[in-house]
Design a protein around this ligand. Structure first.
Ligand code: PMP
Length: 422
């Protein structure tokens, strides 16, 4: 059976999340049967070295023995109770210990939900309605945030979505990443109206665009001066760039933090947190309502705790960085050998090669990438058993399970693929 064509009869585009459909790279998506360590296996048994890692959560690699055991043990006790559990306490404690700016946290079931809730909280706290986001940043698919967004919306060249009432979208203002003057201008034009500025502290949904020196700090100062909250969306960067996310890595503390992906160890999860004074507005202590049948789900907290425990082992991030650097250096070396001048951005275990020359420090530079060339590159890599994101405007994720052999094979495949596509 052709699973994809059959799926298209029953699900829009045959998928449950748009970018999975290979829409921008063409061809039919790989149907995954199982995964182990750094590898995924399709329904025909073909093996791929995986750098999608479920779009970030699988920092330990797939089906890590300890995470698997934690999930199995939790499942034996019951999948969901709708009542408090000790692991929620353990998870909340651990997050507050690890993430510098977070004193209290609320667990939810996806990154989208975390952002949607955090914005409500920012609006309630500041008693203001307007929010500022950056073009090309993606913060989930809630109405207010599907305005000039990155990830799949950028891939499909449709940065905003029909179905979002103009009355909602008008409260979302757009600034340019790494351009503090664009934010200043919005504050000037909207005096005392802006509740919060949302930012991916390293932007991972327009490829990978890193903050220039001083950018995040200036945002922090500006928000403080203007009485707005600064929200770091750490759904990708949290527990990936360091044990305390990008805020620990860059040494900048936001007012609000959203998290997801890694803290669920591959199960559905999200979280938002802040200092106590802000979190005290959330129901049942405060009046800002937010709830969830499966929030703090026992399987997700078990998987997340088992994952975070391993990240806290001494040397984890150093080893992951060393591994990632082998890959990034290998890619850059290949480009030099082939006389190609493609832009390459990386930080720790996140990386992205753009099919455009020169630096990529802004949205405008990122979208200069030749997406057709990326599509050819993607398929050339896939053919050689390397699974990358099926879109240019995403990151590569390295996991602790990638072996030196995987890295060497990937670097060789990268060279051969670039040579093949010319
Ligand atoms: N924020 C960022 C930075 C993300 O990358 C994503 C998803 N990739 C989200 C929010 C939304 O998370 P979810 O897909 O879990 O709803």
């Amino acid at each position: 059976m052709n699973y994809f064509q059959e799926s298209c009869k029953y699900m829009p585009g045959g998928v449950n999340s748009p970018v999975r459909a290979f829409g921008s790279v063409g061809g039919e998506p790989v149907f995954v049967d199982r995964a182990k360590g750094s590898k995924i296996y399709d329904v025909n048994g073909k093996e791929y070295i995986d750098y999608v890692c479920s779009w970030g959560p699988m920092i330990l690699g797939h089906t890590d023995e300890d995470v698997l055991k934690a999930i199995k043990d939790a499942a034996e006790k019951g999948a969901s109770f709708g009542a408090p559990t000790v692991n929620e306490l353990n998870m909340a404690k651990l997050i507050t210990e690890m993430v510098p700016s977070v004193e209290m946290v609320r667990l939810v079931s996806s990154g989208t939900e975390a952002l949607m809730s955090a914005i409500r909280l920012a609006r309630a706290y500041t008693k203001r309605d307007t929010i500022v986001k950056f073009e090309g940043c993606y913060h989930g698919h809630s109405d207010s945030l599907l305005v000039k967004a990155g990830s799949g919306l950028l891939t499909f060249n449709q940065p905003s979505s029909p179905g979002v009432p103009e009355d909602f979208a008008k409260h979302t203002l757009i600034a340019q990443y790494n351009d503090i003057d664009s934010v200043k201008a919005l504050f000037k034009e909207n005096k005392d109206k802006i509740a919060c500025v949302l930012v991916e502290p390293a932007a991972g949904n327009m490829g990978l665009v890193l903050p220039e020196r001083g950018f995040l700090e200036s945002l922090k100062n500006l928000c403080a001066e203007e009485g707005a909250l600064l929200l770091f969306d750490e759904v990708i960067t949290g527990f990936r760039m360091s044990s305390g996310g990008a805020q620990k890595y860059y040494g900048i503390q936001p007012d609000l933090t959203t998290m997801g992906k890694i803290i669920g160890g591959g199960l559905p999860v999200g979280a938002y947190g802040a200092r106590k004074e802000i979190m005290d507005l959330i129901s049942p202590v405060g009046a800002v309502y937010q709830a969830g049948t499966l929030s703090g789900n026992p399987l997700a907290t078990a998987a997340g705790l088992a994952t975070l425990k391993k990240l806290n082992q001494p040397g984890f991030y150093e080893a992951l960085k060393a591994k990632s650097d082998i890959l990034w250096d290998g890619f850059k070396g290949n480009c030099e050998k082939l006389g190609l001048k493609y832009a390459f951005n990386s930080v720790e275990s996140l990386g992205c090669m753009f099919f455009t020359e020169g630096e990529v420090k802004s949205f405008a530079q990122a979208i200069k990438s030749d997406t057709k060339k990326y599509a050819s590159f993607f398929h050339a890599m896939l053919k050689r058993g390397v699974n990358l994101a099926p879109a240019q405007f995403e990151c590569m994720f390295v996991s602790a399970a990638h072996t030196e052999e995987d890295l060497a094979k990937t670097i060789a495949a990268h060279y051969d693929s670039l040579k093949e596509i010319g």
